[in-house]
Ligand binder design. Structure first.
Ligand code: ATP
Length: 461
């Protein structure tokens, strides 16, 4: 079975996961709205991320900072000066292209990274790279295009001050470093995690929700002592393992993932170690997340620009230092896209092809569906009663319409792991049929056991 982005896009729309944005007005390019199941799936992924990295760990705490920050933040972080991509225009069809991505597609990542604007122009010319839209090879010079969205804060545009929509959530963490250390009992090593929207005026968004201008990130800044180096390397390695296990726990197939260490040319000037986790998308390997060791660059910059001390005082030795930081940066929308891709399956049930989303119960938008076998008052009454008892703790659907096989098929397509059918025997002995999505096997279980079965399956116990 071939998995294509088109299959996922069409299922996503048909079944209420993801709709094209502003559709009734003819759309707005590369914007997407998350429907009833998509928004629940997204929430389940963020909840599980928060649970794994914040709630279940004693060394990480949470934060929720603003999207609009003082513009000085972006001067300090370097985003105003250098958060840009090399833009080229096709002289023939006027298509706007990201020069480095064009090189990457044809000559590989190594040829594209860390190149100056002139080099990008030269490589494209020398290799006679073609415009992906019209096939011609005549481009403008490469120019630097800043990716930050600028807007105005205040009522009158002319007098209002410029502000930016944040291009990453990370800086909101750094600027609260002092607040967090002063208001909590954190001790190094410790991390601060946050989830939220980020905005980048991407030159070439696309591939469904892989690259959009508005997206969500789940980021951690993990603060460590400046030495010993071996300890920093060990913590870095542990982050690689923890991140990979998290992706596996939300249902990603290990064979579709790989680590890619950045080599020297590609590393930012302040980073000595960066690794991406990449995923084998139908359009090729693409970045799922990055893990970067950023030294003390960010806190030092904010100390310089704000005039506030960003030091940490070791409670045992009284030593003062600016902590170093390791940054695991997860993209929520890319995680969701890969969950959809790895869950998508087609098999044969009773001689018919079925589409089934094999979501892990922890991320499945609906955990169980409850059906009365037929629409008879005694059965619907008991089915609704069961729904009510489960609904407070689990996302449950109730469906009494149509043949039972059709109802199963609908739940298979939205990836509901369990269907519970109430029949006449159940009225006598308080049992129901529990049908498992993946195997389609059915078993008889007591109504009173349903809650603990669902709890066990969702929590993987
Ligand atoms: P890319 O090379 O794909 O542009 P990046 O290296 O600029 O990504 P980072 O700045 O490291 O990305 O951001 C961390 C994560 O945020 C990425 O791994 C990705 O999951 C997510 N992300 C970044 N830009 C976008 C975007 N435009 N749309 C969706 N997700 C994004």
């Amino acid at each position: 079975m071939e998995k294509t982005i088109d299959k996922i896009v069409s299922l996503a729309k048909r079944r209420g996961f993801i709709y094209p944005g502003s559709e009734i007005y003819g759309g707005l390019a590369n914007t997407w709205d998350y429907g009833p199941y998509g928004s629940q799936l997204k929430k389940n992924i963020t909840d599980f991320w928060w649970k794994t990295f914040v709630q279940n760990r004693d060394d990480i705490i949470g934060l929720d900072s603003s999207i609009l920050l003082n513009p000085k933040v972006w001067e300090a972080s370097g985003h105003i000066g250098s958060f840009s991509d090399p833009l080229i225009d096709c002289k023939n069809c006027k298509e706007r292209i990201r020069g480095d991505k064009l090189i990457e597609e044809h000559l590989g990542v190594e040829a594209a990274v860390g190149k100056s604007l002139e080099e990008v122009g030269q490589i494209i010319k020398e290799n006679k790279l073609k415009c992906p839209k019209c096939g011609k090879t005549d481009f403008t010079e490469a120019r630097s295009f800043n990716l930050m969205f600028k807007t105005h804060q205040g009522v009158v545009e002319e007098t209002a001050s410029s502000v930016y929509l944040r291009p990453e959530t990370a800086q909101g963490i750094f600027i609260n470093f002092k607040n967090v250390t002063q208001s909590t009992r954190t001790k190094i090593p410790f991390g601060i995690g946050q989830i939220g929207k980020s905005f980048r005026n991407e030159i070439t968004p696309g591939n469904f929700i892989f690259r959009t201008r508005e997206f969500e990130q789940m980021e951690i800044e993990y603060f460590v002592a400046p030495e010993p180096q071996e300890q920093i390397e060990e913590i870095f390695e542990n982050w690689k393992k923890d991140a990979l296990s998290w992706y596996k726990a939300i249902g990603l197939n290990e064979d579709n993932m790989r680590f890619r260490d950045h080599d020297k040319d590609e590393l930012s000037h302040y980073s000595s170690m960066t690794t991406d986790i990449e995923y084998k998308f139908p359009f090729g390997w693409g970045e799922l997340m990055g893990i970067a060791y950023r030294g003390c660059y960010d806190l030092t910059q904010h100390q310089t620009f704000s005039g506030e001390k960003m030091e940490y005082i070791d409670p045992q030795t009284n030593e003062r230092y600016i902590p170093h930081v390791i940054e695991p940066s997860f993209g929520l929308n890319r995680a969701l896209l890969t969950v959809l891709l790895d869950a998508y399956d087609e098999d044969e049930v009773n001689g018919e092809t079925r589409v089934v989303m094999r979501f892990k119960p922890v991320v499945a938008p609906v955990k169980a569906a409850i059906f009365p076998l037929i629409k008879k008052p005694e059965l619907t009454e008991l089915a609704l009663k069961i729904k009510q008892t489960l609904q407070n703790n689990f996302a449950i659907e109730y469906d009494e319409a149509g043949a039972i096989g059709k109802r199963y098929r609908r739940q298979d397509e939205i990836g509901t792991p369990f269907c519970i059918t109430v029949d006449f025997d159940g009225l006598e002995d308080q049992t129901v049929t529990l049908r498992h999505r993946d195997s389609t096997k059915q078993e008889r279980v007591k109504i009173e056991e349903l809650e603990s079965i669902l709890f066990r399956e969702i929590n993987g116990i």
